[in-house]
Ligand binder design. Structure first.
Ligand code: PA5
Length: 462
């Protein structure tokens, strides 16, 4: 199982001005945490609670259908092109970047063991969209359109462009190159998919975008590129079972949530930095940033009071950002809590040759880059502690399907528990919807005319 070490948030280590008396805090919140975990597990099967993501690890049916489809299309495509944004893309990017062989899309088909390349079109920059379209042979590309709402303008515009091009190139057969992952009933894309006769996968009810990575949203692309989705599900299930433990001393998601919450409300440390020491985990930070920001940044609490809460998540990468952000973290405002992710065993052991022995870099010879990276993680942690900066470390034995799934699921539960501590709804996103609705209005969508008029006025003055 993955581990969490929170020793360096303790006031005994970094002083009472910046640290927490963990023992007394855990004691004080023991009952609250027990109630929160019990409550989440009791509410999870009730409709409209948006907690169905807690059941995804047990969805054997989805795994079965995903595998069946993946084996049906095996060897038919050179590329998978995922169209989606936010929660419909970030989990897929995080897991494929972490688990596929590095530089996957540059490898030959043999090196990829026959599995396709994978691309995520998660933005609408016309130049980069066009660049990708020009790169792909659409005849040999399977397009997976992913959207829970079935109407997000970015994803729908991508879909319309690609569908049009494919139809021109492939004629009626283009339908075989499109697979849709969306809501079972709601949304424009659901209607279109049914009309057009696309193969579809369902995003279950009450699973929000940023909590959807273990539904078909993630599982389908993962299976298509040959990742072991059974191991992913095992990781989710085992972590889910571990996190059902209502004892704060035994539950790492509750520990992480409580520590970050207290750091914010008691000590004003409302910036949450996620810093893996592994390039393969770089995009886990992007996924985490969305999860933490959209879930916890809220204007109103559950009692309807205006609170404007939410810690600000920041992504960083070790060792790269030691040469970019760490100066600020050590000596700037002491308003952050930094979570390191440490990988104990890398797939590769990379030795530094014993050359230049009698020069200033001779000490590196004979060591491994693995040692160097973990030494840098250790020294950064110690330096931050010297400056009385709180840090935690999540340790993964290795980056594989099982451990990565545990990590992501643990962070989802941590977010849900933090939402309860802040007493806000972690599963809605009214601030995102607001901007989406303004976009619809500006782009002339029917039903948004009033909004469009007032927006035009605002645009002149703002
Ligand atoms: O987490 C969320 O709910 C959002 O980030 C959505 O995933 C994002 O806005 C995309 O929405 P949709 O999947 O409906 O296209």
């Amino acid at each position: 199982m993955i581990k969490l070490n929170y020793r360096n948030v303790n006031s005994i280590v970094i002083g009472s001005e910046n640290g927490l008396d963990i023992d007394s805090e855990f004691m004080a919140y023991k009952v609250v945490i027990k109630r929160i975990i019990t409550d989440l597990n009791q509410r999870k099967d009730k409709p409209s609670q948006w907690l169905q993501w807690m059941n995804l690890g047990y969805s054997e049916e989805t795994v079965w259908y995903v595998k069946e489809f993946a084996s049906m299309v095996e060897n038919r495509f050179d590329n998978i092109l995922v169209l989606g944004i936010g929660g419909s893309a970030l989990g897929g990017i995080a897991i494929t970047e972490a688990l596929l062989k590095p530089y996957w899309n540059y490898l030959t088909k043999e090196q990829r063991k026959g599995f396709p390349r994978i691309f995520f079109m998660d933005n609408i920059d016309p130049d980069s969209m066009n660049g990708l379209i020009e790169l792909l042979d659409l005849k040999k590309t399977l397009v997976n359109v992913i959207t829970k709402s079935g109407s997000t303008a970015e994803t729908m515009s991508q879909y319309m462009i690609i569908k049009d091009l494919m139809e021109k190139e492939l004629g009626d057969d283009y339908r075989k190159n499109i697979v849709v992952t969306t809501d079972q009933k709601v949304g424009v894309l659901r209607q279109l998919a049914d009309q057009e006769g696309y193969k579809t996968f369902v995003i279950p009810d009450d699973v929000g975008g940023r909590f959807s990575v273990f539904s078909a949203v993630g599982l389908l692309p993962f299976a298509l590129v040959g990742l072991d989705i059974d191991m992913i599900m095992s990781g989710v299930k085992d972590m889910d079972l571990a996190l059902k433990n209502t004892d704060i001393y035994e539950n790492i998601a509750a520990q992480g949530a409580l520590i970050q919450y207290l750091m914010d409300i008691k000590l004003g440390k409302n910036i949450s930095v996620m810093m893996p020491y592994s390039s393969r985990l770089k995009y886990v930070s992007d996924w985490y940033v969305q999860l933490w920001a959209e879930s916890l940044g809220k204007e109103y609490n559950n009692n309807g009071e205006r609170v404007n809460v939410g810690p600000t998540p920041v992504k960083a990468l070790g060792a790269t950002d030691q040469h970019s952000q760490i100066q600020l973290y050590n000596e700037g405002p002491n308003n952050k809590i930094i979570t390191f992710i440490r990988v104990e065993n890398f797939d590769t052991k990379l030795e530094i040759p014993k050359i230049f022995e009698y020069t200033g870099i001779g000490y590196l010879g004979g060591k491994t880059v693995n040692d160097l990276l973990n030494a840098e993680a250790d020294s950064t942690r110690v330096a931050l502690t010297d400056y009385s900066r709180p840090t935690m470390t999540i340790s993964l034995e290795k980056v594989d399907e099982y451990n990565l799934a545990q990590l992501l699921y643990m962070l989802e539960v941590q977010t849900a528990i933090a939402g309860e501590l802040y007493n806000i709804n972690a599963f809605n996103q009214p601030g995102v919807e607001q901007a989406k609705n303004y976009t619809y209005a500006l782009m002339g969508r029917a039903g948004y005319e009033d909004s469009a008029n007032s927006l035009q006025e605002k645009l002149v003055t703002i």
